[in-house]
Design a protein around this ligand. Structure first.
Ligand code: 4AD
Ligand code: MG
Length: 464
């Protein structure tokens, strides 16, 4: 259907003065006055609408157009004219209008403002609101920027599998994948026998992280990154956990923990600068409606240093703060969101990399430090959210890795290939995982992860 995008017309309006154009879109408002009918349409290319003017004295088929309401889809032919109104440079003086699809009175988006909670119940329509229009355009820009950042630095984009037999984080949060019916379990002697009859002949699940396969790729290609969906059956019904979320996971050979921190910081700054440059309309929208001061916050990230703080020091600071936390703080405890937010929001007021966590609270693959107590791990904490990145240098000693897997009673059958990466030409290497939706929350100021992904999957919710 030949037509011109509204964004193109509004951005380059001078080019279109007095030209005949075709515009398509959905009605946002329709208003009939004595001599003219005004319709604002939006086609999803911009937050801004195109104003359509209908001269009631001369327009044919007026009755059919004037009975249309919010949500109906139109194709409009007309002449692009200078606008006298302040909010737009041009408008379209319609010569004829085709109604592509009517929108009956029960269209749920009649009202100007709905709560985000309500909009989640109509996820199939919510992208037609300004908030989600802006959110999903920004999401697409951010995804492109991620590819630009890594390809600009010579990283190879690696596709790691979604179906897998290993649980990277070892936290037992992997979704099972099976083609068997639970009834078929009856009479089987063991779980292993049950899975022998299954599609893959073994236990299978959805990946929680592409890291392990990413390491295999990085120890051949040098520098790789993955960018894909990951899945976790965490039963945490919070504003920052989703069962399906996207992760960006670079993995770098010949690198230590501090190389990984440099990469993560450079990436965050690059991505935020890209969004400031390329999505100014969207950022202004989020600043106006969701987080006052958002632009300033993002600008600061681009120029500010990030703090690097030892876990041990973080515990000391939390204890010295005298704040009464729900979860008490002791060396060895995992940092809860309340602790993370206190560190990044109250103490440093900027992003903080915590480094060298106790090995007991971190994953099996992390490089053991010489102190015997900690691992070369890092989390990046940001104000308002807490952790958005988790990463580490990896254990590159074959013996130490095997010992750790055994110590944790993990099944070596699942990890034989992973330890072989240390048997053949092992190298110091590391990487991190950035939660894409958590970064979206940070950049837009939206408080719930469910509003950063088109069709969120969370505990007890899989409607669409
Ligand atoms: O800290 P995590 O669990 O680290 C890993 O998965 C490593 N294998 C990454 C690596 O080193 N390659 O997860 C990484 C990030 C978290 O910091 C968080 O931003 C995000 O993934 N994340 C989630 N985001 C939304 N919903 C969830 N349930 C998430 N779990 C983790
Ligand atoms: Mg983590």
């Amino acid at each position: 259907m030949k037509h011109t995008d509204i964004k193109e017309i509004l951005v380059n309006s001078e080019k279109y003065y007095d030209k005949n154009l075709t515009v398509c879109g959905w009605i946002r408002t329709i208003r009939v006055s004595k001599n003219v009918c005004f319709i604002e349409v939006n086609d999803g290319t911009s937050l801004r609408n195109m104003q359509i003017i209908i001269d009631r004295d001369t327009f044919k088929d007026l009755a059919n157009i004037e009975k249309q309401s919010v949500g109906a889809s139109l194709k409009i032919n007309g002449k692009c004219v200078k606008s006298f109104a302040e909010k737009q440079a041009v408008e379209l003086s319609a010569s004829d209008i085709e109604v592509l699809g009517e929108s009956p009175a029960d269209y749920p988006l009649q009202k100007k403002k709905h709560s985000l909670e309500y909009l989640r119940t109509i996820a199939h329509l919510r992208a037609r609101t300004n908030t989600f229009n802006a959110m999903f355009r920004l999401r697409a820009e951010l995804a492109q920027a991620i590819h630009h950042f890594f390809s600009g630095r010579g990283f190879t984009y690696a596709h790691t599998p979604i179906l897998t037999s290993s649980d990277c984080e070892g936290a037992g949060e992997a979704f099972r994948v099976t083609t068997l019916n639970p009834e078929q379990f009856t009479g089987k002697k063991s779980i292993e026998e049950f899975y022998k009859d299954d599609f893959f002949g073994c236990k299978a699940g959805l990946t929680v992280s592409g890291q392990l396969e990413g390491e295999a790729m990085a120890t051949a290609l040098g520098k790789i990154y993955t960018f894909g969906p990951t899945f976790r059956a965490e039963n945490s019904n919070t504003a920052r956990h989703a069962a399906e979320f996207w992760q960006i996971e670079p993995e770098v050979s010949f690198a230590d923990l501090y190389d990984i921190i440099d990469l993560a910081r450079d990436m965050i700054k690059y991505l935020i600068k890209d969004i400031l440059d390329n999505c100014p309309e969207e950022i202004t929208f989020f600043e106006n409606f969701y987080e006052p001061g958002l632009k300033q916050k993002l600008n600061n990230i681009v120029i500010q240093d990030f703090e690097v703080l030892e876990y041990t020091k973080a515990i000391e600071l939390l204890k010295a703060s005298k704040v009464v936390f729900n979860y008490p703080v002791e060396w060895g405890c995992d940092l809860q969101t309340e602790h993370e937010r206190h560190i990044t929001e109250q103490i440093f007021k900027k992003p903080v990399f915590i480094v060298n966590y106790p090995k007991e609270i971190k994953s099996f693959y992390m490089k053991q430090n010489p102190d015997g107590k900690t691992v070369a791990a890092t989390d990046l904490l940001v104000p308002g959210i807490g952790e958005i990145i988790g990463g580490s240098q990896r254990e590159d000693s074959y013996d130490k890795l095997v010992a750790r897997i055994n110590e944790l009673h993990m099944n070596m059958k699942d990890y034989w290939w992973y330890v072989e990466l240390r048997k053949y030409g092992t190298v110091p290497h590391g990487g991190f995982g950035l939660g894409f939706e958590r970064l979206m929350m940070y950049i837009t100021g939206i408080g719930n992860i469910r509003d950063t992904i088109p069709f969120p999957r969370t505990t007890g919710s899989l409607q669409f």
